[in-house]
Design a binder for this molecule. Sequence first.
Ligand SMILES: Nc1ncnc2c1ncn2[C@@H]1O[C@H](COP(=O)(O)OP(=O)(O)O)[C@@H](O)[C@H]1O
Ligand SMILES: [Mg+2]
Length: 270
Amino acid sequence: MLELQGLSKHFGGVRAVDELDITVEKGQIFGLIGPNGSGKSTTVNLICGVFPVTAGSISFEGTEITNTQPHIALANGIARTFQNIRLFSELTVWQNLWVAQNGRESVRSEGFFARWLSGDRRQRASVEEQLEFSGLGDKRDELAGRLAFGEQRRLELARALAARPRLLLLDEPAAGMNLEEVRQLDERLRWLNEQQGITILLVEHVMELVMGITHRIAALNFGRKIAEGSPAEIQQNQAVQEAYLGRSEESGEQGETGGGGARSADGEPS
Ligand SMILES: Nc1ncnc2c1ncn2[C@@H]1O[C@H](COP(=O)(O)OP(=O)(O)O)[C@@H](O)[C@H]1O
Ligand SMILES: [Mg+2]
């Protein structure tokens, strides 16, 4: 479904992604792991067309989409969430979901309410569905910026889903979540994958989640793929263990559940 071939992205001298080959099959939950700075977010950004590739190609459902603009990727059926939450904090929960379907101008411009009132029933139903699904129904009129952290994460996922993607790219969705929130996320992702047929590329540090939920995992280090296989294979892989150990000695904060840097800078362009 998604094929990365020889994918590379260099920022000056930094090889953020280096000749990466990855194939995600339709129906999979595919995990992408690696220490901080190993190129995971950059890979997601390349797939979404946030910036142009240095080399290599990306194809989706058999069509080459290399260097496609983000809104085209979305229209093609690829949605994503960000490592650092990005919501319209001055809009309500409901408006954030509506905007995901209709574009920001739909709320800003005059005549929003007129269009909303006469709006496509199916679109409104889809927003309602996402509200219910995310458990944010009673927060619908709350400003997104005033939600608790876990609720913002749920809204971000709901927003990505409002576009009805076939491929969902999640960049550390569990970062900063407590155990109960991780458990709920785990359940939700399984449901999306199994019941809704959505293929998922999951970038994640929370190993309990990745190892339990994914069908296949690729591990990166310094932009290169150092291992690929089943969760069990990856857990036992020598190169993967060394990559994590090596980095934890440097930074002192890379552990099994070391996603605590949720709100720190992640190198994504704004
Ligand atoms: N927009 C950017 N400009 C310059 N360097 C970047 C940019 N984005 C990422 N990098 C660098 O690329 C490398 C990989 O970063 P990233 O993909 O964010 O890693 P990860 O998500 O695995 O933590 C890092 O060295 C990072 O500093
Ligand atoms: Mg990242």
